[in-house]
Write a protein that binds this ligand. Sequence first.
Ligand SMILES: C[S@@+](CC[C@H](N)C(=O)[O-])C[C@H]1O[C@@H](n2cnc3c(N)ncnc32)[C@H](O)[C@@H]1O
Length: 269
Amino acid sequence: MRRFVVLAHKVPTSGEFSLNDLPGTAGRIDVLCRAVGAGLFVSHGVRTDTEVTLLVQNSVQIRIAGDRVKRLNPDERSTAAILQIALRGAALEEVETTPGVVASQSSLSQVLDRLYQLEAHPVVLHEQGNPIEGFSVPANPAFILSDHEDFTDEDETALADLPHLSLGPMPLHTSQCITIVHYLLDREEGDVAADLVLCHKVWGEPKARLITGLLEDFGIPSNLLSHAVPSLYPGMMNGLGEVRIMVRPRDLERARAIIGDYFEHPVDE
Ligand SMILES: C[S@@+](CC[C@H](N)C(=O)[O-])C[C@H]1O[C@@H](n2cnc3c(N)ncnc32)[C@H](O)[C@@H]1O
């Protein structure tokens, strides 16, 4: 399950605003609507493995579950209408205000407690965090973002112990960050599911290691598969069997070009 938690700082918790003025009296609820869309929609469908939580002014929580939500459309106005119903209906106990949308009075620490109970792993998305590239995103991640404003000091204190990850030095919109995270996780899941493919065959492990080192310099991970050729003189093999260099399907073309530039024309049969 993927989760996104957006901390909203200006949306009126009462839900009293005009749907004709989303960026104004509605306290930039348009930012939340776009975040919900980025979190849950794909072309012609909804991500059933994703949940978006909006925490409004550290006092009302609205949770939208991709596997249960109904009547959610990609336009901001109708999403704002669903959020308005949720804000108006929020009570001490959780209430399902429209199908798949649950609202309750809640604070950031309560949101975090629920995540821990679900064995989710919260991480903060922050412009000044550590680069996400070097971070191994845990299973069941929950990404916490702010809305159009920076995290408040109070938010920062509550989130201080969590990993802070950056998507680069460029300040992005909340919805853009969510799209990028989905892209990275989709790609990672694709890599795990896809079998490695043969990129090149060489004789002997030392040469194979030279090539994998080069590929690594270009950010391409690879695996070696050794095929020891049966010999009359097994004692003389000394690792000089055939070694297959295997890469991810999406790296194949680039890896072959690099090997071709630095070593030799790759052999892939
Ligand atoms: C529009 S930004 C907040 C305001 C922003 N600091 C500014 O003044 O432009 C919304 C949120 O998206 C996330 N965010 C934006 N850019 C990011 C980046 N480069 N890396 C990681 N998270 C980012 C953060 O959670 C941020 O609080």
